[in-house]
Ligand binder design. Structure first.
Ligand code: FE2
Length: 528
């Protein structure tokens, strides 16, 4: 038994997550519970009985023990200040400790999670989303050597909630959504099809600051539904469709960007900037901020609430070094059956040049490798990839593999050193996590149709040998046989489900969709 005891940190609200820390290895491992429970945006603190909560925590503890050698010997449990689990005896039983502590609040945890993943010594941090127990939009100054993250301003405006309500107005976004938390991401995709209505932007800006829905309806003259309580059922707020709806989306996005810029303009524009909280998933505003300032910027892979247990633990631990935990997510949960699956499918080892050839021939391939990426975006270890040269690829993926709405774009990845050949942006830093939306260069718009969105942007992931060696090697081989060395990357999941966590699910997708192959740890599985 190690001299130092382990620590576990739990955030139990939506996008619930648990981070484990083992001091003898100095490693952090994160379980985003939706990947374990198989329910998107999973909340632990409500919707579950005490017995269910206990079983989920037990499962998580066993994963930590089995895959990461973290014994059931905990110094303390950190519990997020919002999303409290009752009764606390459940936690004490599972982790065999009486000590349950809360040392940080919601946005403070977002800020710490992002700051320690960056390599910035000092930074201005904005953390904004639909709200936590310390507000909606906080600004911090952080200093790593002093281990200090100090709040310097609070803006009493719920940009995350405001954006979600705007998204709820649009039929194509809201009608088929199963969860209100899915709305904002979809609106980000659909606003490419709209034109901002200049005369309405100022009213939407006011709305982001005051979130007065009734006033928005009156000032814009837009006939909004559910005026008294739009939060009762946001999936039922939609009023606009087609081009009118797309224009509303584009107007709201433009207003959102202007609001964030107005706030940022009040601060020293030279300071390094970190953006986090759920709103930092908005790649359009991130790209706009990058383009408007001469400053280094960092957006982590997990700015959403899925990063909160990590942030809380980091505030407690005050680490001395920067962290790279991008692929420290959930393991492949049925990896003990891997050899059986290899035998059953007669799977063979495959090299990167053969994979590159399959991609060039138009094959769609699922990639499953050990150590899931954290955050909502697939970054190589739970990805479906293909060659975006094929114009029909987007429709095939949307209708026969991913079963998604037509207006949602697919992301590309390329080598970091090649990014400026295919894309336009202020710079190509911090693109490892698909946090921005560079523009596809004119010469490549027609040659990369499946990753070029309607507004010619693309949520690019750059890769290097260090950030993802499998993708990097694959691109080296693909570049030898194709003169556009860019591939498409979308998340590997079953329709409507979170990103997958087992070989069983990967092979289910192989058998039940138009995906051609699945590659698991360099073994290729073909349809049976
Ligand atoms: Fe949050």
């Amino acid at each position: 038994m190690s001299k130092f005891k382990n620590i576990v940190s739990i955030f139990a609200g939506h996008d619930a997550n648990i981070t484990f820390y083992n001091p003898s290895q100095n490693e952090y491992h994160i379980i985003e519970l939706e990947r374990l429970i198989r329910k998107r945006y999973f909340r632990l603190h409500v919707d579950n009985t005490g017995i269910e909560i206990e079983n989920i925590l037990l499962k998580a503890r066993e994963i930590a023990e089995k895959y990461w050698n973290i014994e059931n010997d905990y110094e303390a449990v950190l519990l997020g200040s919002d999303g409290w689990i009752k009764p606390k005896e459940i936690i004490q039983r599972v982790f065999n400790t009486k000590k349950i502590k809360t040392v940080a609040k919601h946005h403070e945890s977002h800020a710490a999670s992002a700051f320690y993943q960056s390599n910035f010594e000092e930074a201005l941090i904005i953390s904004y989303d639909g709200g936590g127990d310390d507000g909606f939009f906080n600004i911090y100054k952080a200093n790593k050597s002093k281990n200090r993250i100090k709040r310097i301003e609070t803006i009493a405006s719920d940009f995350g909630g405001g954006y979600l309500l705007c998204a709820s107005l649009i039929r194509e976004v809201a009608e088929k959504s199963r969860h209100q938390l899915a709305l904002s991401g979809k609106m980000m995709g659909i606003c490419a099809y709209g034109n901002p209505q200049k005369e309405l932007i100022k009213y939407f800006k006011e709305f982001f600051f005051d979130r007065n829905y009734k006033k928005l309806s009156l000032s814009t003259g837009l006939n909004l539904k559910n005026i008294e309580n739009p939060w009762q059922d946001p999936l039922n707020n939609w009023t606009f469709e087609g081009q009118t709806g797309f224009n509303i989306a584009a107007t709201a996005q433009a207003a959102f960007e202007e609001c964030v810029l107005d706030i940022l303009n009040k601060f020293d524009s030279k300071e390094r900037l970190i953006m986090t909280g759920g709103c930092a998933l908005n790649v359009l505003v991130n790209e706009r901020i990058k383009s408007e300032f001469e400053r280094e910027i960092f957006v982590p892979p997990n700015p959403h609430d899925g990063g909160l247990s990590l942030g809380h633990l980091l505030i407690y631990n005050k680490p001395k070094e920067n962290l790279n935990i991008t692929y420290n997510g959930i393991p492949i949960l049925d990896n003990e059956n891997f050899t059986d699956y290899i035998r059953k499918y007669n799977a063979k080892k495959i090299d990167k040049s053969t994979i590159a050839r399959l991609l060039k021939d138009g094959k769609i391939i699922g990639m499953l490798y050990e150590g899931s990426e954290v955050g909502p975006r697939a970054l190589g270890n739970r990805s479906i990839i293909c060659d975006p040269n094929y114009p029909e690829m987007k429709d095939i993926l949307n209708s026969k593999v991913k079963f998604r709405e037509w207006f949602r774009p697919f992301a590309p990845f390329c080598k970091k050193e090649d990014a400026s050949k295919y894309f336009k942006s202020k710079n190509f830093e911090n693109l490892e996590y698909m946090g921005y939306a560079p523009t596809v260069k004119d010469d490549y718009i027609n040659r990369l149709p499946s990753i070029t969105h309607f507004d010619n942007t693309a949520r690019l992931q750059t890769v290097s040998e260090d950030s993802h060696s499998i993708f990097y090697e694959l691109l080296t081989e693909f570049g030898k046989i194709c003169d556009t060395n860019v591939l498409l990357n979308t998340s590997f999941n079953i329709r409507g489900m979170p990103i997958l966590s087992t070989i069983k699910e990967a092979l289910y997708v192989l058998q039940n969709t138009d995906i051609d192959h699945v590659i698991i740890e360099d073994y290729i599985f073909n349809k049976k």
